[in-house]
Design a protein around this ligand. Sequence first.
Ligand code: NDP
Ligand code: HSE
Length: 429
Amino acid sequence: MRTRPLKVALLGCGVVGSEVTRIMTTHADDLAARIGAPVELAGIAVRRPDKVREGVPAELITTDATALVKRGDIDVVIEVIGGIEPARKLITTAFEHGASVVSANKALVAADGAALHAAAEEHGADLYYEAAVAGAIPLVRPLRESLAGDKVNRVLGIVNGTTNFILDKMDTSGAGYSEALDEATALGYAEADPTADVEGFDAAAKAAILAGIAFHTRVTIDDVHREGITEVTAADIASAKRMGCTVKLLAICERAAHGESVTARVHPAMIPLTHPLASVREAYNAVFVESDAAGQLMFYGPGAGGSPTASAVLGDLVAVCRNKLSEATGPGESAYTQLPVSPMGEVVTRYHISLDVADKPGVLAQVAMVFAEHGVSIDTVRQQGKDGEASLVVVTHRAADAALSSTVEALRKLDTVRGVASIMRVEGE
Ligand code: NDP
Ligand code: HSE
């Protein structure tokens, strides 16, 4: 074993960074044996140097992250600050100074992954980011390496722990949305700005990363159709229950049937209680990968939190250090297919639509006619009337999203339709 240590700069020592520090310190001997050389924490950049950080060597703390990555003796930079800047600048500076990078930053990779990969390649460095998608679950490496010889057609799953935690609490304990979000934040699952979680940005970033790797094309967060959970109500969850379903925030990346484009979307959806994703509780994540040769694979595990995320970071650290020692680099970006990303309107799925209508003769026929005129076939209708008004719940067969949108637009114009209470996609059947 080499005795000269590989030097690691840690950028950020919050929920994830503090666990990375703990594992690097307590498992130093095992890490050295697995890598073939000791790894030494050479500096830890933070914003607030005076904050009490249990188990973190105070002499390593600095507020000058730029000076740390420019030192020249750093072999690997671990970036767990988050956000776009200064993370982007620090990572590119690290490459320029000869370091490889391990990051958990899905927002940055989904916004600018192509440029970061190009910078890594230019400087003969590695860029690894297993922790950026689904916490502890190995997903980036299986897609990038284990399935590199197969053709992936679909990636579908729950990739945000915070929103799964909130929806699970609302469904099972009747907790309120804000109460559940506060709990997820206290447990270290939420992003620094939890809007990223509840508005679906975090899951959209992960969907972009997964789609890019799975389909060997470039997908950025701007290509992903995004809806969060802020408009999911207790009534939606109750309605899902009546249908034998539950509500989950799903990320779905698909190769189009003709194979010449892909789609990527994040939105709440009803899924049957019999579907394996329905039993994914709390901040756990689960992702199905469907490919030509392997068939259907399911990845499941803790999707957020300091310790699970640090596990993924440390796995990357070991891989990157091994590459350093053998003077090699791991796989970079693979975007040779250059498949375009189709708009949401072309996505085909099923819908659950709740309408408030006048309870009088002919209304149901009128509503059904609007669906027929737009080529959307109805699967089931449930009506409940009270005091001259009725609630009408329509579940459709599979239809294009564009056709469903124009159906809803036309329904809103009917005098007898008082309002469209909710529209939710139905997946997993
Ligand atoms: P935290 O907010 O807990 O920690 C961020 C850390 O970065 C803090 O130590 C903070 O310093 C430091 N920091 C912020 N700005 C700067 C700056 N300008 N210069 C130097 N240091 C800075 O975030 P998390 O640990 O939760 O997340 C980190 C990354 O990991 C994010 O990209 C996130 O998306 C990702 N991630 C998080 C998961 C989780 O479950 N939390 C799961 C998977 C990925 P200070 O301590 O002084 O405030
Ligand atoms: N905020 C993210 C989540 C952290 O809740 O899934 C893990 O990426």
